[in-house]
Design a protein around this ligand. Structure first.
Ligand code: WTA
Length: 660
């Protein structure tokens, strides 16, 4: 079924499956937001009615009368005659409800500086920033690029853009100048909001210099008119006269009066680029009313949020969809109090996360399996030094959580009692689609379990027919859902082709899955396309291959996602050098090419290994057989080679490399 990730049936998760299930305790069930199982069938009977009921919990400047328009699939419209202001839903309405003094964000800088910002203060700052952006010319429908560290101003910038009915395009701060520029160009952003730098691993990482490099590329002309720079690290940067402005200097001219206008429910809220199967990232477009409805509903129900008492912490960077939906829009729409941490978990030592949980009394903690495995490696003696007894719900996202990591997370971080919600979703789905509801679901380590109320998923074969329970197949989503991707920015053809062409009106997620015989729980079995999942981040094999062949020493390249104990998958590249380059030692070539990929795309794409070979395995029609290379990278016996044009290639490759 798949070239890149091998057959679904052989996925490693099946081996270590844990037969134990963990039903909710009577105590947890009793207090849970959702503890009546009839929610599933009520929502299944009338999904639109269910979502309309959820949407009513937001505040609309003009109420909607229409729920879903699916007359022109796959272009869905939700609540389209309604109007709302997304930022006002995250801010003003809480202040108006008398909750202005509630802390919205407990910020913890990596060097140890802290700020607690109430809803009233956050609202005030967003209003000022909205006034500042207006005077810089931002209008409804414009795009603003945001290239920032994890600091409160990032949230303020996003909400200020949203408040004006403009769309933000947040670019993860680890991306290179090239990647940033490609995203700026694709969205035609006129303003970039950045910072001098951010603190990571005890150092100031430079952001503004990367913006300068990005804007200098391709001869210098770009759509960008202004660059707003937040001061964070005070590292030495240069400011371009007439283009660059310091945020803290500009903002002083603006007060905190700003009336939020309502915008149509389908007004674009943001574009977020993600890797696809071709070299070019896709600009995933999300709109306002449906997105906010599902982000807030799932945040409330899946994490059992009690905004009056909970302290929530999601460790994701706002540069990813998890940061958009579960750091910014979901929690703030729900009036939650949350922790925001700038740095890495090992700075100054591996106790940092646990000390933050202890300090703020975090009750709901949401992170990724790769981080849990990294902490496991360091050992339970580190978290055991901290008081983590405040924790009552744990979440996982980004890749399947292997049962061993699940049990460690449950016992060591969750005291053996906190439920773990394993949440499956994607940049494209905008919000959680498959996850336990902790007051109802008997948890099963390794399985994401149940489609959310109002969501229907199916596992099908290549022909789109439902496979039998227990069998592997392709995950599809029936019916449109409120927070679904509306389009690929500027490329509706690609939108149709990528997600809808395969199965008509069912959305094709790109993941393999299987449904349990007895209770219908869903297991995710990894990507079935050429998208890798490294530390929970999506990377495209094609994008890294094209970066490699752009290097003047490389003739051909093939990239695979090799199995990696900590990061899930790791990038391994096989490169054939141009004949005049064979004087390069393999070590020099490897170092140069790793650095090249990091410079082209970003450090997250840096290959773990580059293997220099003289030939790549190809079929008679010239297609590279990555499946065989993945076997080599995994140190496994190489699979069926009979379809190779030259069956000796694999033995040559194995002689040429030594996999450590
Ligand atoms: C994978 C991240 C198994 C999956 C929110 C999906 C998961 C891709 C899970 C989306 C999970 C995410 N179990 N696999 N709980 N969560 N994935 O767009 O392959 O960065 O297609 O969104 O991550 O990654 P993205």
């Amino acid at each position: 079924m798949t070239d890149q990730s091998g057959t679904i049936e052989s996925h490693p998760l099946r081996a270590g499956e844990d037969p134990t299930t963990y039903p909710p305790t009577a105590e947890f069930r009793e207090q849970a937001n959702i503890n009546d199982p009839s929610i599933y069938w009520r929502a299944a009977e009338d999904p639109e009615g269910y979502w309309a009921e959820q949407a009513q919990k937001l505040s609309w400047t003009k109420p909607f009368t229409e729920i879903l328009d699916w007359s022109n699939p796959p272009f869905a419209k939700w609540f389209q005659d309604g109007e709302l202001n997304v930022a006002a839903n995250c801010l003003d309405r809480h202040v108006q409800a008398g909750l202005g003094d509630r802390v919205a964000i407990h910020f913890e800088g990596e060097p140890g500086d802290t700020r607690s910002i109430t809803y009233a203060e956050l609202t005030h700052e967003v209003k000022r920033a909205a006034n500042m952006l207006t005077s810089l010319g931002v209008e409804p429908g414009d795009r603003v690029a945001i290239y920032m560290p994890m600091i409160p101003e990032t949230v303020i910038a996003m909400l200020a853009v949203a408040r004006l009915g403009a769309a933000h395009s947040v670019v993860f701060g680890g991306f290179s100048a090239e990647s940033l520029r490609a995203r700026i160009d694709d969205a035609q952003a006129e303003i970039v909001i950045t910072a001098d730098g951010g603190f990571r691993k005890g150092r100031a990482s430079a952001l503004k210099p990367t913006v300068d490099d990005a804007l200098a590329l391709h001869g210098g002309g770009s759509s960008v008119q202004k660059v707003l720079v937040v001061e964070r690290t005070k590292n030495d940067i240069s400011m371009t006269e007439g283009r660059d402005l310091w945020w803290h200097e500009e903002i002083t001219a603006y007060d905190g009066e700003h009336e939020a206008k309502g915008f149509p429910a389908e007004n674009p809220l943001f574009i977020l680029y993600t890797s696809g199967t071709t070299g070019r990232p896709k600009g995933i477009l999300h709109t306002s009313g449906g997105y906010l409805t599902q982000a807030s509903t799932t945040h409330r129900d899946v994490f059992d949020l009690k905004p009056e008492t909970d302290v929530y912490w999601c460790t994701a960077d706002v540069g990813w969809i998890t940061g958009h939906s579960y750091v910014v829009y979901g929690p703030l729409a729900n009036g939650a109090t949350q922790v925001m941490y700038e740095g890495t978990p090992e700075t100054p030592d591996w106790g940092r996360w646990w000390s933050i949980i202890q300090k703020y009394g975090v009750t709901i903690f949401y992170t990724a399996p790769t981080a849990i495995r990294a902490c496991m490696k360091v050992g339970r003696q580190v978290p055991e030094q901290y008081d983590l007894s405040s924790i009552r719900v744990l979440g996982s996202v980004g890749e399947p959580i292997n049962p061993e990591a699940w049990r460690w997370y449950h016992e060591v971080i969750g005291a053996g009692t906190a439920p773990i919600v394993d949440t499956w979703w994607q940049t494209e789905t905008g919000a959680i689609m498959i996850a336990a509801l902790p007051g109802l679901t008997s948890l099963k380590p390794g399985s994401a379990q149940v489609a959310q109320p109002g969501i229907r998923v199916n596992v099908v074969n290549d022909a789109g027919e439902r496979v039998e329970r227990g069998q592997g197949g392709l995950l599809t989503i029936q019916r449109p859902w409120p927070s679904m991707v509306r389009n690929i920015w500027g490329d509706p053809e690609r939108f149709i082709e990528t997600y809808w062409e395969k199965f008509g009106d069912m959305y094709f997620a790109g993941d393999g899955a299987r449904v349990d015989d007895d209770d219908g729980d869903v297991w995710l079995l990894g990507r079935v396309d050429d998208v890798m999942n490294v530390s929970g981040h999506r990377l495209s094999t094609a994008e890294i291959e094209s970066a490699l062949v752009e290097h003047n020493s490389v003739a051909e390249a093939a990239v695979v996602g090799a199995t990696d104990e900590t990061t899930g998958q790791a990038v391994v590249a096989f490169c054939v050098l141009k004949s005049q380059q064979t004087a390069l030692t393999p070590e020099d070539a490897e170092a140069a090419l790793k650095a090249h990929v990091a410079a082209q795309i970003g450090a997250i794409a840096r290959p773990r290994q580059i293997l220099i070979v003289t030939e790549l395995p190809k079929t008679r029609s010239g297609k590279i057989m990555r499946r065989l290379l993945k076997d080599v990278a995994d140190g496994k016996e190489v699979g069926d080679t009979t379809t190779l044009a030259d069956t000796r290639v694999m033995s040559t490759i194995q002689e040429q490399i030594r996999v450590p």
